[in-house]
Write a protein that binds this ligand. Structure first.
Ligand SMILES: [Zn+2]
Ligand SMILES: [Zn+2]
Length: 289
């Protein structure tokens, strides 16, 4: 339907995806690219239609409303803005386990995209910091939202706990804060088991896992620094690592752990923290041009 007569070269802003993603004060901001022009609604997002009796009414534009809805979903997903440019394509795995992890992420994405309505087992990426676990789960989540229109959320569990604590003093119910996450089709829980895991925190986590576990249509993706006993990585040369002192099971308890094993495939990642590696040599001296 679209004329290709005067097709200009690819938009440099969005590379013809028709949207842009940016980090706006820490939040993800997805917007239609200025190059996007809807021939049906003139960019209004709505069009007038006529009902059976010839009465005009406003309705969503059939041509662009799906894209607008996906951008809205992404903006409401809770994915931090610093991941605006994160994709599977730019992830550079170092070492075999991380290459395997990337290919598992790709396969998973392919499976869900092929059968978006079907139940799917989740994934739990296990490994030390700086291996790109969060990168992988966020890339999956973003793609499912932007390409499939899936209702997906990212939860910063630490932040959520603090919001709940704050909510108590405001008479805000715990459930009102938790519910959007429990209901979302795909949920990413980053840094599972981080923190002290006292009894109260454990109860909240248990609510999450139980709800996700009991609903067959929910997909949950996790990352964690805590492995099972057998995943304790070999000591980096000459260094003792403070990681992996406790196993994931010890951190979250037997019941939650058992559910995790039933709802997810565990994917081990290994290696050095790439963020440390990428650190530039000690303070660069200012150079004059
Ligand atoms: Zn554009
Ligand atoms: Zn439109």
């Amino acid at each position: 339907m679209t004329s290709t007569k005067t097709l200009p070269k690819a938009c440099s802003k969005c590379r013809d995806t028709k949207y842009t993603l940016s980090n706006r004060e820490g939040k993800m901001q997805a917007k239609l690219c200025p190059c996007f022009e809807c021939v049906e609604c003139d960019g209004e997002g709505r069009v007038f239609r006529q009902d059976d009796r010839g009465m005009a009414f406003l309705s969503d534009c059939g041509h662009c409303s799906a894209l607008r809805q996906r951008l809205r979903l992404l903006n409401d997903s809770g994915i931090p803005g610093k991941f605006a440019n994160t994709t599977l394509e730019i992830y550079q795995p170092i070492g075999l386990p991380n290459k395997k992890a990337l290919s598992r992420a790709r396969d998973f994405l392919g499976d869900v995209k092929e059968a978006p309505q079907e139940p799917h087992r989740g994934l739990l990426f296990v490994g030390g910091p700086g291996l790109g676990k969060t990168h992988l789960v966020i890339s999956i989540l973003k793609q499912l939202i932007l390409e499939e229109g899936v209702d997906g959320k990212f939860v910063d569990f630490f932040q959520l706990l603090s919001d709940i604590r704050h909510g108590y003093s405001q008479d805000e119910s715990e459930m009102s804060l938790i519910e959007p996450y429990l209901k979302s089709r795909v949920l990413v829980i980053d840094e599972l088991a981080k923190g002290r895991n006292n009894e109260w925190e454990q109860t909240i986590l248990d609510q999450f896992i139980s709800a996700r576990y009991n609903a067959a249509d929910k997909i949950t993706l996790f990352t964690t620094n805590y492995g099972d006993q057998s995943t304790v990585p070999s000591e980096p040369k000459g260094r003792t690592t403070t990681l992996q002192k406790q196993s994931l099971e010890e951190k979250v308890g037997e019941r939650i752990f058992s559910r995790l094993t039933q709802m997810c495939d565990f994917i081990k990642m290994e290696g050095d923290d790439y963020r440390k590696k990428m650190k530039p040599p000690p303070k660069p001296t200012r150079r004059k041009k």
